[in-house]
Design a protein around this ligand. Structure first.
Ligand SMILES: C[S@@+](CC[C@H](N)C(=O)[O-])C[C@H]1O[C@@H](n2cnc3c(N)ncnc32)[C@H](O)[C@@H]1O
Length: 384
């Protein structure tokens, strides 16, 4: 098995639960065009035998089915182990549907950093992020799926770590928490994640724990937990001005948050408060968090303000050094919705720059054929 890269891509695609056709195409590449007995042995040793009992069983069953069918149709020999496991699944898993309802599964997203970009088979450094997520992007499980824009924003953060290290970073609509994990990896001084959906928030906390990060409501931090990330329940509609101003941020991030026309005015209002140079940068003693905590807002509306107050008070020491910036990654699915966003941004007197062509992140997920990087856009926003 000479081709290290093909093997790595195959294992990474399997662990990320890429569509089985994509995993099969990596298997063929590894075998020089077909799934040879050597490739089957590789798949058994490095993918299947390690996944039994841990991986989403219907996915594994479906993958085995595709694998066996392809090998048989090429009139090659199938490893006994593959047949045996598949027949076990035939008995134990009657239902063939991989995705039904709000099914959650554990995916492993491997970011691959080649040591030498010019050499295809150069040694690769890996960063593997386990994420508990939904397999169904619809049916009200939006925030528990991994959206491509967060993969792109994660690649951006990991490609330009100096832009984020030692910065106080705040993400809106954080979903599964991947961007926060990457921010922590590049040593952001403070990471505050937020979402308006409570089930998304609890799934996000689960993911942070799985990645050895503590959240504010954990037990006292043990050595096992390396980094602390704040998770806020923050519906954009409820975010009060004084609390947002008190967060003292350097960088605001958002991935795939421009899609619901009804929510956009609230999102842009939040961004304009967070990016306001006059208010957010002149943080004199006594202004900012202290003011927010002591203010007379009614917090009894279930908008998670206690979370906000706690994050605000503990973020208080690391003031920003420059004017805050926002980075928003997006897929433009609906041109009208995006134009509406641009109009609101303009009305709010914010400057927006398309960085897509100028600041391209490295391709750290080369095995992920389901992730279409060419449709990704990245915008920088700031106060004019
Ligand atoms: C399409 S998902 C993107 C999730 C994640 N950023 C990603 O790219 O994988 C949109 C996220 O924004 C959150 N969201 C949508 N509307 C919101 C609102 N009005 N207030 C707060 N969060 C909201 C959703 O709960 C969801 O987690």
């Amino acid at each position: 098995m000479e081709n290290q890269t093909a093997g790595l891509h195959l294992v990474s695609a399997f662990l990320a639960m890429e569509p089985t056709d994509c995993v099969m195409s990596h298997a063929r590449s590894l075998g020089g065009g077909s799934v040879t007995v050597d490739v089957q042995r590789f798949i058994w040793d490095h993918c299947i035998s390690k996944a039994i009992g841990k991986c989403h069983a219907p996915y594994l069953k479906n993958f085995l089915k595709k694998l066996i069918l392809e090998i048989e149709s090429n009139r090659d020999d199938v490893l006994d182990e593959l047949y045996e496991l598949y027949s076990e699944f035939m008995i134990s898993l009657k239902d063939d549907n991989t995705v039904k309802g709000n099914v959650r599964a554990l995916k492993y997203i491997s970011f691959l950093f080649p040591d030498d970009a010019n050499c295809e088979d150069a040694m690769v450094r890996k960063m593997v992020v386990p994420l508990h997520c939904s397999l169904n992007m619809l049916e009200g499980d939006t925030g528990c799926s991994i959206w491509p824009a967060s993969l792109f924003l994660s690649e951006f953060i990991l490609s330009f770590p100096d832009m984020f290290s030692s910065k106080t970073c705040f993400e809106v609509g954080s979903g599964v928490g991947l961007v926060g994990i990457c921010l922590s990896h590049v040593k952001a001084s403070k990471v505050i994640l937020s979402d308006g959906d409570l089930s998304t928030l609890s799934n996000m906390k689960l993911n942070l724990k799985m990645n050895q990060m503590s959240t504010e409501d954990d037990e006292p931090v043990t050595s096992e937990f390396l980094d602390s990330v704040k998770c806020l329940h923050l519906p954009w509609e409820c975010a009060s001005e004084s609390i947002l101003q008190g967060l003292k941020l350097d960088i605001i991030l958002g991935a795939d948050v421009i899609y619901d026309p009804l929510c956009l005015p609230h999102l842009v209002r939040m961004l304009s408060i967070l990016l306001d140079k006059t208010k957010s940068s002149s943080r004199l003693p006594g202004v900012g968090c202290g003011g927010a905590i002591g203010s007379s807002h009614d917090y009894s509306d279930g908008c998670g303000s206690h979370d906000v107050v706690a994050a605000c008070s503990s973020a208080g020491n690391a003031g920003p050094t420059e004017h805050p910036m926002a980075y928003i990654s997006s897929v433009i699915r609906n041109a009208n919705t995006f134009d509406h966003f641009l109009a609101l941004v303009n009305e709010a007197n914010l400057a927006i720059t398309d960085l897509t062509g100028t600041l391209q992140p490295a391709s750290l997920l080369p095995y992920m054929q389901s992730y279409n990087r060419s449709s990704m856009r990245l915008f920088k926003l700031s106060s004019k």
